[in-house]
Design a protein around this ligand. Structure first.
Ligand code: XMP
Length: 322
Protein backbone atom coordinates (compact mmCIF):
# COMPACT_ATOMS: atom_id res chain seq x y z
CA UNK A 1 0.00 0.00 0.00
CA UNK A 2 1.33 3.42 -0.97
CA UNK A 3 1.49 6.52 1.15
CA UNK A 4 -1.95 7.68 2.22
CA UNK A 5 -2.92 11.09 0.83
CA UNK A 6 -4.08 13.28 3.69
CA UNK A 7 -7.22 15.37 3.19
CA UNK A 8 -6.83 18.43 5.39
CA UNK A 9 -9.99 19.88 6.87
CA UNK A 10 -9.46 23.13 4.92
CA UNK A 11 -9.64 21.27 1.60
CA UNK A 12 -12.35 18.79 2.62
CA UNK A 13 -15.43 18.96 0.40
CA UNK A 14 -17.73 17.15 2.79
CA UNK A 15 -20.54 16.26 0.39
CA UNK A 16 -18.16 15.05 -2.31
CA UNK A 17 -16.26 13.02 0.29
CA UNK A 18 -19.45 11.33 1.52
CA UNK A 19 -20.57 10.50 -2.02
CA UNK A 20 -17.18 9.09 -2.93
CA UNK A 21 -16.93 6.91 0.17
CA UNK A 22 -20.48 5.60 -0.23
CA UNK A 23 -19.63 4.65 -3.80
CA UNK A 24 -16.36 2.99 -2.78
CA UNK A 25 -18.06 0.93 -0.07
CA UNK A 26 -20.78 -0.19 -2.50
CA UNK A 27 -18.20 -1.16 -5.12
CA UNK A 28 -16.07 -3.11 -2.68
CA UNK A 29 -18.91 -5.02 -1.02
CA UNK A 30 -20.86 -5.67 -4.25
CA UNK A 31 -24.03 -7.54 -3.36
CA UNK A 32 -22.43 -9.15 -0.31
CA UNK A 33 -22.67 -8.28 3.37
CA UNK A 34 -20.42 -6.24 5.60
CA UNK A 35 -19.95 -6.07 9.32
CA UNK A 36 -19.34 -2.78 10.99
CA UNK A 37 -17.49 -2.34 14.26
CA UNK A 38 -19.23 0.43 16.21
CA UNK A 39 -17.69 1.63 19.47
CA UNK A 40 -19.66 4.85 19.74
CA UNK A 41 -16.59 7.02 19.21
CA UNK A 42 -16.86 9.68 16.53
CA UNK A 43 -14.75 7.70 14.03
CA UNK A 44 -16.75 4.48 14.19
CA UNK A 45 -20.02 6.43 14.37
CA UNK A 46 -19.22 8.22 11.12
CA UNK A 47 -18.25 4.94 9.46
CA UNK A 48 -21.51 3.41 10.64
CA UNK A 49 -23.50 6.17 8.95
CA UNK A 50 -21.46 5.91 5.74
CA UNK A 51 -21.89 2.12 5.73
CA UNK A 52 -25.60 2.46 6.40
CA UNK A 53 -26.00 4.92 3.53
CA UNK A 54 -24.04 2.63 1.22
CA UNK A 55 -25.44 -0.76 2.17
CA UNK A 56 -28.64 -0.35 4.19
CA UNK A 57 -29.69 -3.73 5.54
CA UNK A 58 -26.64 -5.47 4.11
CA UNK A 59 -24.64 -3.85 6.87
CA UNK A 60 -24.61 -5.56 10.23
CA UNK A 61 -23.54 -3.12 12.93
CA UNK A 62 -21.99 -4.73 15.97
CA UNK A 63 -21.07 -3.12 19.27
CA UNK A 64 -18.62 -5.38 21.07
CA UNK A 65 -19.11 -5.19 24.82
CA UNK A 66 -15.52 -5.84 25.80
CA UNK A 67 -16.00 -4.92 29.46
CA UNK A 68 -13.65 -1.95 28.97
CA UNK A 69 -16.26 0.65 28.02
CA UNK A 70 -17.52 3.63 29.98
CA UNK A 71 -20.61 3.61 32.22
CA UNK A 72 -23.81 2.82 30.29
CA UNK A 73 -22.01 3.19 26.96
CA UNK A 74 -23.29 0.12 25.08
CA UNK A 75 -26.92 0.83 25.94
CA UNK A 76 -26.71 4.54 25.15
CA UNK A 77 -24.95 4.09 21.80
CA UNK A 78 -27.32 1.34 20.69
CA UNK A 79 -30.26 3.59 21.60
CA UNK A 80 -28.92 6.62 19.68
CA UNK A 81 -28.29 4.55 16.54
CA UNK A 82 -31.66 2.86 16.74
CA UNK A 83 -33.07 6.38 16.78
CA UNK A 84 -31.12 7.08 13.57
CA UNK A 85 -32.61 3.98 11.95
CA UNK A 86 -29.49 1.82 12.34
CA UNK A 87 -30.04 -1.40 14.29
CA UNK A 88 -27.12 -2.28 16.57
CA UNK A 89 -26.31 -5.71 17.89
CA UNK A 90 -24.50 -5.74 21.23
CA UNK A 91 -22.20 -8.77 21.51
CA UNK A 92 -21.07 -9.64 25.02
CA UNK A 93 -17.41 -10.65 24.94
CA UNK A 94 -16.29 -9.38 28.36
CA UNK A 95 -15.02 -12.71 29.62
CA UNK A 96 -12.92 -13.23 26.52
CA UNK A 97 -11.25 -9.83 26.84
CA UNK A 98 -10.51 -10.14 30.54
CA UNK A 99 -9.13 -13.65 30.00
CA UNK A 100 -6.78 -12.27 27.30
CA UNK A 101 -5.69 -9.38 29.53
CA UNK A 102 -5.06 -11.49 32.60
CA UNK A 103 -1.54 -11.00 33.88
CA UNK A 104 -0.60 -8.65 31.01
CA UNK A 105 1.10 -5.43 32.14
CA UNK A 106 3.21 -4.24 29.22
CA UNK A 107 1.36 -1.52 27.24
CA UNK A 108 2.08 -2.96 23.81
CA UNK A 109 1.26 -6.49 24.99
CA UNK A 110 -2.08 -5.18 26.30
CA UNK A 111 -2.83 -3.61 22.94
CA UNK A 112 -1.88 -6.83 21.17
CA UNK A 113 -4.12 -8.90 23.48
CA UNK A 114 -7.03 -6.57 22.70
CA UNK A 115 -6.29 -6.60 18.97
CA UNK A 116 -6.20 -10.37 18.80
CA UNK A 117 -9.33 -10.83 20.88
CA UNK A 118 -11.21 -8.25 18.86
CA UNK A 119 -10.17 -9.14 15.32
CA UNK A 120 -9.22 -12.80 15.47
CA UNK A 121 -11.61 -14.15 18.09
CA UNK A 122 -14.73 -11.99 18.26
CA UNK A 123 -14.95 -10.59 14.72
CA UNK A 124 -13.43 -13.76 13.27
CA UNK A 125 -16.35 -15.67 14.74
CA UNK A 126 -19.01 -13.14 13.72
CA UNK A 127 -17.67 -13.01 10.17
CA UNK A 128 -17.53 -16.82 9.87
CA UNK A 129 -21.08 -17.14 11.18
CA UNK A 130 -22.49 -14.40 8.96
CA UNK A 131 -20.58 -15.08 5.75
CA UNK A 132 -19.67 -11.38 5.49
CA UNK A 133 -16.40 -10.66 3.73
CA UNK A 134 -15.76 -7.14 4.93
CA UNK A 135 -15.29 -5.31 8.18
CA UNK A 136 -15.83 -1.54 8.09
CA UNK A 137 -13.87 0.43 10.65
CA UNK A 138 -12.93 3.99 11.50
CA UNK A 139 -9.14 4.08 11.33
CA UNK A 140 -7.93 7.67 10.85
CA UNK A 141 -4.61 9.03 9.68
CA UNK A 142 -3.34 9.85 13.18
CA UNK A 143 -3.74 6.17 14.15
CA UNK A 144 -1.61 5.16 11.19
CA UNK A 145 1.05 7.82 11.79
CA UNK A 146 1.63 6.89 15.41
CA UNK A 147 1.68 3.18 14.69
CA UNK A 148 4.10 3.51 11.80
CA UNK A 149 6.31 5.83 13.83
CA UNK A 150 6.46 3.09 16.46
CA UNK A 151 5.02 5.36 19.17
CA UNK A 152 1.96 3.30 19.90
CA UNK A 153 0.55 0.34 18.13
CA UNK A 154 -3.04 1.49 17.58
CA UNK A 155 -5.24 -1.54 17.79
CA UNK A 156 -6.81 -1.03 14.37
CA UNK A 157 -3.81 -0.62 12.08
CA UNK A 158 -2.69 -3.60 9.97
CA UNK A 159 -1.83 -2.99 6.33
CA UNK A 160 0.74 -0.34 7.10
CA UNK A 161 2.51 -2.86 9.33
CA UNK A 162 2.55 -5.44 6.55
CA UNK A 163 -0.29 -7.49 8.05
CA UNK A 164 -2.88 -8.71 5.55
CA UNK A 165 -6.22 -8.94 7.40
CA UNK A 166 -7.57 -11.28 4.72
CA UNK A 167 -4.85 -13.82 5.43
CA UNK A 168 -4.65 -13.25 9.17
CA UNK A 169 -8.32 -12.94 10.06
CA UNK A 170 -10.19 -14.14 6.97
CA UNK A 171 -11.87 -10.87 6.01
CA UNK A 172 -11.04 -7.56 4.36
CA UNK A 173 -11.06 -4.31 6.26
CA UNK A 174 -12.47 -1.13 4.69
CA UNK A 175 -11.28 2.16 6.18
CA UNK A 176 -13.17 5.07 4.60
CA UNK A 177 -11.74 7.69 7.01
CA UNK A 178 -8.08 6.85 6.60
CA UNK A 179 -7.26 10.14 4.84
CA UNK A 180 -8.78 12.30 7.58
CA UNK A 181 -7.88 13.54 11.01
CA UNK A 182 -10.27 14.15 13.88
CA UNK A 183 -11.36 17.62 12.79
CA UNK A 184 -12.25 16.32 9.32
CA UNK A 185 -14.14 13.36 10.76
CA UNK A 186 -16.24 15.68 12.93
CA UNK A 187 -17.13 17.78 9.91
CA UNK A 188 -18.25 14.70 7.98
CA UNK A 189 -20.19 13.47 11.03
CA UNK A 190 -22.15 16.69 11.29
CA UNK A 191 -22.95 16.57 7.55
CA UNK A 192 -24.21 13.00 7.98
CA UNK A 193 -26.66 14.20 10.61
CA UNK A 194 -25.04 12.70 13.68
CA UNK A 195 -26.47 14.32 16.79
CA UNK A 196 -24.11 16.66 18.71
CA UNK A 197 -23.88 14.09 21.48
CA UNK A 198 -21.92 11.95 18.98
CA UNK A 199 -20.40 14.50 16.60
CA UNK A 200 -18.98 16.56 19.45
CA UNK A 201 -18.00 13.58 21.55
CA UNK A 202 -14.47 13.63 22.89
CA UNK A 203 -12.19 10.96 21.41
CA UNK A 204 -12.02 7.63 23.16
CA UNK A 205 -9.31 5.10 22.35
CA UNK A 206 -9.87 1.70 20.74
CA UNK A 207 -8.37 -0.20 23.69
CA UNK A 208 -10.92 1.75 25.76
CA UNK A 209 -10.36 1.93 29.52
CA UNK A 210 -7.49 -0.57 29.26
CA UNK A 211 -5.50 2.36 27.82
CA UNK A 212 -6.20 4.23 31.06
CA UNK A 213 -5.06 1.63 33.54
CA UNK A 214 -1.30 1.46 34.08
CA UNK A 215 -0.44 -2.19 34.63
CA UNK A 216 -2.89 -5.09 34.58
CA UNK A 217 -6.43 -4.37 33.37
CA UNK A 218 -8.46 -6.53 35.76
CA UNK A 219 -12.27 -6.19 36.05
CA UNK A 220 -11.80 -4.48 39.44
CA UNK A 221 -9.21 -1.97 38.20
CA UNK A 222 -11.33 -1.21 35.13
CA UNK A 223 -14.32 -0.61 37.43
CA UNK A 224 -12.22 1.89 39.40
CA UNK A 225 -11.11 3.87 36.37
CA UNK A 226 -14.67 3.71 34.98
CA UNK A 227 -16.05 5.45 38.07
CA UNK A 228 -13.31 8.07 37.99
CA UNK A 229 -13.94 8.60 34.26
CA UNK A 230 -17.62 9.29 34.96
CA UNK A 231 -16.66 12.02 37.45
CA UNK A 232 -14.08 13.59 35.12
CA UNK A 233 -16.43 13.56 32.12
CA UNK A 234 -19.26 15.08 34.16
CA UNK A 235 -17.15 17.89 35.61
CA UNK A 236 -15.23 18.73 32.43
CA UNK A 237 -18.10 18.40 29.94
CA UNK A 238 -18.30 22.18 29.49
CA UNK A 239 -14.55 22.82 29.65
CA UNK A 240 -14.28 23.15 25.87
CA UNK A 241 -11.22 20.88 26.00
CA UNK A 242 -10.37 18.45 23.20
CA UNK A 243 -10.26 15.44 25.50
CA UNK A 244 -10.24 14.61 29.22
CA UNK A 245 -9.70 11.41 31.08
CA UNK A 246 -8.90 9.61 34.30
CA UNK A 247 -5.94 7.27 34.56
CA UNK A 248 -5.42 4.69 37.28
CA UNK A 249 -1.84 4.43 38.47
CA UNK A 250 -0.19 1.21 39.47
CA UNK A 251 1.70 2.34 42.55
CA UNK A 252 -0.03 2.86 45.88
CA UNK A 253 0.51 5.79 48.22
CA UNK A 254 -0.13 6.28 51.89
CA UNK A 255 -3.35 8.08 52.66
CA UNK A 256 -5.48 8.69 55.70
CA UNK A 257 -9.18 8.06 56.04
CA UNK A 258 -11.20 8.40 59.23
CA UNK A 259 -8.00 8.61 61.25
CA UNK A 260 -6.68 5.35 59.85
CA UNK A 261 -3.80 4.70 57.49
CA UNK A 262 -5.17 3.90 54.04
CA UNK A 263 -2.57 2.64 51.57
CA UNK A 264 -4.59 3.58 48.55
CA UNK A 265 -4.56 4.07 44.80
CA UNK A 266 -3.99 7.18 42.69
CA UNK A 267 -5.95 8.71 39.85
CA UNK A 268 -4.29 11.07 37.40
CA UNK A 269 -6.57 13.49 35.57
CA UNK A 270 -5.57 14.65 32.09
CA UNK A 271 -7.35 17.36 30.14
CA UNK A 272 -6.01 18.37 26.73
CA UNK A 273 -6.26 21.30 24.38
CA UNK A 274 -5.56 20.06 20.87
CA UNK A 275 -6.70 20.47 17.29
CA UNK A 276 -5.78 17.15 15.74
CA UNK A 277 -4.31 15.08 18.59
CA UNK A 278 -0.83 15.22 17.10
CA UNK A 279 0.28 17.75 19.67
CA UNK A 280 -1.53 18.83 22.80
CA UNK A 281 -1.28 21.09 25.83
CA UNK A 282 -2.84 20.62 29.23
CA UNK A 283 -5.93 22.82 29.60
CA UNK A 284 -5.49 25.64 32.11
CA UNK A 285 -8.36 24.51 34.29
CA UNK A 286 -9.42 26.79 37.14
CA UNK A 287 -8.10 25.58 40.48
CA UNK A 288 -11.69 25.35 41.76
CA UNK A 289 -12.39 22.78 39.06
CA UNK A 290 -9.29 20.81 39.99
CA UNK A 291 -10.38 20.83 43.63
CA UNK A 292 -13.88 19.65 42.72
CA UNK A 293 -12.36 16.85 40.66
CA UNK A 294 -10.18 15.73 43.56
CA UNK A 295 -13.01 15.90 46.09
CA UNK A 296 -15.50 14.00 44.01
CA UNK A 297 -13.03 11.35 42.88
CA UNK A 298 -11.86 10.52 46.42
CA UNK A 299 -15.47 10.50 47.63
CA UNK A 300 -17.00 8.52 44.81
CA UNK A 301 -14.28 6.10 43.76
CA UNK A 302 -13.49 3.44 46.35
CA UNK A 303 -9.82 3.01 47.18
CA UNK A 304 -8.55 6.34 45.78
CA UNK A 305 -6.56 8.56 48.16
CA UNK A 306 -4.62 10.72 45.70
CA UNK A 307 -5.59 12.74 42.62
CA UNK A 308 -3.06 14.48 40.38
CA UNK A 309 -3.33 16.68 37.29
CA UNK A 310 -0.94 16.16 34.40
CA UNK A 311 0.78 19.36 33.29
CA UNK A 312 3.16 18.03 30.63
CA UNK A 313 2.56 18.62 26.92
CA UNK A 314 2.41 16.12 24.06
CA UNK A 315 5.19 15.58 23.07
CA UNK A 316 6.91 14.17 25.03
CA UNK A 317 3.80 12.92 26.81
CA UNK A 318 1.11 11.13 24.78
CA UNK A 319 -2.56 11.82 25.43
CA UNK A 320 -3.43 8.37 26.73
CA UNK A 321 -1.14 6.95 29.39
CA UNK A 322 -0.67 3.45 28.04
P1 XMP B 1 -2.11 9.37 22.02
O1 XMP B 1 -2.27 8.72 23.36
O2 XMP B 1 -1.44 8.47 21.04
O3 XMP B 1 -3.58 9.57 21.48
O4 XMP B 1 -1.47 10.72 22.11
C1 XMP B 1 -3.88 10.37 20.38
C2 XMP B 1 -5.39 10.35 20.20
O5 XMP B 1 -5.80 9.09 19.65
C3 XMP B 1 -6.86 8.56 20.43
N1 XMP B 1 -6.89 7.11 20.23
C4 XMP B 1 -6.04 6.18 20.61
N2 XMP B 1 -4.95 6.27 21.38
N3 XMP B 1 -4.66 3.92 21.20
C5 XMP B 1 -4.29 5.13 21.70
O6 XMP B 1 -3.34 5.17 22.46
C6 XMP B 1 -5.72 3.76 20.39
O7 XMP B 1 -6.02 2.66 19.94
C7 XMP B 1 -6.45 4.96 20.12
N4 XMP B 1 -7.56 5.17 19.42
C8 XMP B 1 -7.82 6.48 19.48
C9 XMP B 1 -6.56 9.07 21.82
O8 XMP B 1 -7.69 8.97 22.67
C10 XMP B 1 -6.16 10.49 21.49
O9 XMP B 1 -7.28 11.29 21.21
Amino acid sequence: MGKIREIKVQELDTDAFIQEKVREIREAVGDGQAINALSGGIDSSVVTMLGHLALGERLRTVFVQNGLMREGEAERIAEIFRGLGVPVEVVDAQDEFFAALKGVTDPEAKREAITQTFYRDVFGRIVRESGAKFLLQGTILTDVDETVAGIKRQHNVFEQLGIDPQQTFGYRILEPLIQLRKDGVRQVGRALGLPDELAERIPFPGPALAARVIGEATPERIATVRRATAVVERLLRDSGAFQYMAILHEDHVTGIREGQRDFGQQIEVRCWDSVDARTARPTRLPFDTLEALAQQIVQQVPGIVSVTYNIATKPPSTMEAV
